[in-house]
Design a protein around this ligand. Structure first.
Ligand SMILES: [Cu+2]
Length: 136
């Protein structure tokens, strides 16, 4: 019985080892710029896995304020591929200034969620670029 199990499992293990990139989680960073419209921002999100840009991804961005649960209901915005490989443009219409989270819901090439923390209007200091966390 055990022998049989091993025979079934062995090819599976091989498959996983052959595709280490697939096991790697996505990473993202956002650069947002103010527009002429109040509280509207043009964000460019760079998506990567390992150090490689992720091209052709499908993702939506949901903005929310972690410190104001239930206060905002900004609709998710589908990201559009930008010129630079692995870059995606997301126009955001926020409802107030302050600290927002951008929840990246990635559906392709595989499902993942990356949460970015971002101040609006964006601070100029690079030190406050904001960290990011992963979540489901
Ligand atoms: Cu708020």
């Amino acid at each position: 019985m055990l022998k049989r199990m091993k025979r079934i499992l062995a090819p599976l293990v091989l498959l996983c080892a052959a595709a280490p990139a697939l096991a790697q989680r996505f990473d993202a960073e956002a650069v947002c710029a103010a527009t002429d419209i109040a509280l509207a921002y043009d964000c460019v999100i760079r998506l990567s896995a390992g150090d490689a840009p992720v091209e052709g991804a499908v993702l939506e961005v949901k903005a929310d304020m972690p410190e104001m649960p239930m206060a905002h209901n900004v609709r998710p915005v589908p990201a559009e591929a930008a010129e630079e490989p692995g870059s995606y443009r997301v126009p955001l219409q926020l409802e107030m200034d302050g600290r927002w989270t951008l929840r990246l819901e990635i559906t392709d090439p595989r499902r993942d969620v990356v949460i970015l923390h971002q101040d609006f209007p964006p601070k100029e200091a690079a030190e406050d670029a904001g960290g990011h966390t992963h979540g489901q």
